[in-house]
Design a protein around this ligand. Structure first.
Ligand code: NAP
Length: 305
């Protein structure tokens, strides 16, 4: 098995992983969107990672999806709404038993990706690390966090976890990755849409205690319904803890809307509402929140899918 890390999407998180793996001496190749992006990358001379005020450039080789070398291991670092199509383009290059690591937030896109590549192993990730793009090909490592990794179809850990340890990428393999992803999704649903609709920092939600509590109760019911009771445990307390601990922050969805960027709503609140309906248990307040958010996005000319 080739040990090269192909990285699809050199945005915030993809660049953060690529630079750390390259720095640890691992073979890394970026897969960029199209020949124009490849040319722009080549002109920049590599990816720059800024950490603690120090910038370091890494001249990581790059290609487009049209290259012909086989892919054994692929880190998918696109947004959830781009991932299935981007992976479909690479499907002919994936060897039998190729492994994909899916970094997407929310739920739904992982299954869409897996359906594109039935012969590959798909490892799901839930990341609390924070990175943002300062400019094209330049990423700032903002928030230390953690990466949970797991494969709902196979509890055996892959052998490349050693590469992550060598690259000081904090991680742990878990058989309960879906529980982690559902819990993160529920926290997001209880906080992010309300910060957009109330135009406030996370801490501003302390004034909307009842609304938050109602959403948490519905989210907990949904989690029980879809076989994730552990993800429901102490949900409201954790939501309140996060609101308090991150009171001065603007949520990621708030920032996306502020900057006119497409959100991942379809894979967060949208997914929660779809699953609730599928179980014949639509949740009135979640549904209403979703409708208000879609209207809010559409009024700003932003997609809601
Ligand atoms: P991002 O900065 O927008 O990067 C996404 C990258 O994907 C962009 O560079 C984009 O290319 C590229 N891309 C899209 N379609 C492509 C294609 N067909 N071929 C090649 N590249 C393609 O997004 P991000 O913030 O890294 O987020 C990625 C995922 O990680 C999201 O699901 C997010 O929720 C999750 N996440 C992010 C963070 C974080 O701190 N950033 C933390 C936890 C989880 P262009 O540059 O050409 O547009």
């Amino acid at each position: 098995m080739s040990s090269t890390w192909h990285i699809l999407g050199a945005g915030s998180l993809g660049s953060l992983w690529a630079c750390r793996l390259a720095q640890a001496g691992k073979a890394v190749r970026l897969v960029l969107r199209d020949p124009q992006r490849l040319q722009a990358y080549q002109r920049a001379g590599g990816l720059t990672l800024v950490h603690n005020g120090q910038a370091q450039r890494h001249a990581i080789p790059a290609e487009t999806a049209d290259a012909s070398t086989p892919i054994h291991r692929l880190l998918v670092a696109c947004k959830a709404y781009d991932a299935p199509k981007a992976v479909a383009r690479l499907a002919p290059r994936l060897v039998h038993n190729a492994e994909l690591i899916l970094l997407q937030n929310g739920l739904g896109s992982q299954d869409d990706v897996a359906n594109q590549v039935p012969h590959a192993r798909c490892v799901f990730a839930s990341s609390t690390e924070g990175a943002f793009r300062e400019a094209d090909w330049q990423v700032n490592f903002a928030g230390h966090g953690f990466n949970w990794l797991g494969d709902p179809a196979n509890p055996v850990p892959p052998d490349w976890l050693d590469d992550l340890a060598d690259a000081a990428i904090p991680h742990q393999w878990t058989p309960d990755i879906l529980t982690r992803l559902w819990r993160k999704l529920a926290l997001n649903c209880a906080i992010n849409p309300l910060t957009v609709l109330h135009d406030c920092r996370n801490g501003g939600l302390a004034e909307h205690h009842c609304e938050v509590a109602t959403l948490c109760a519905e989210l907990a019911e949904l989690l029980h319904c879809c076989g994730q009771p552990q993800a429901a445990e102490g949900l409201q307390q954790e939501v309140e803890r996060v609101i308090h601990a991150t009171a001065a922050n603007y949520s990621s969805m708030y920032q996306d809307v502020l900057h006119g960027r497409r959100t991942e709503i379809h894979y967060l609140l949208g997914h929660a509402c779809r699953v609730a309906s599928r179980h014949g248990r639509p949740q009135a307040h979640l549904e209403r929140l979703y409708r208000r958010l879609v209207e809010h996005l559409n009024a700003r000319g932003l997609p809601s899918d």
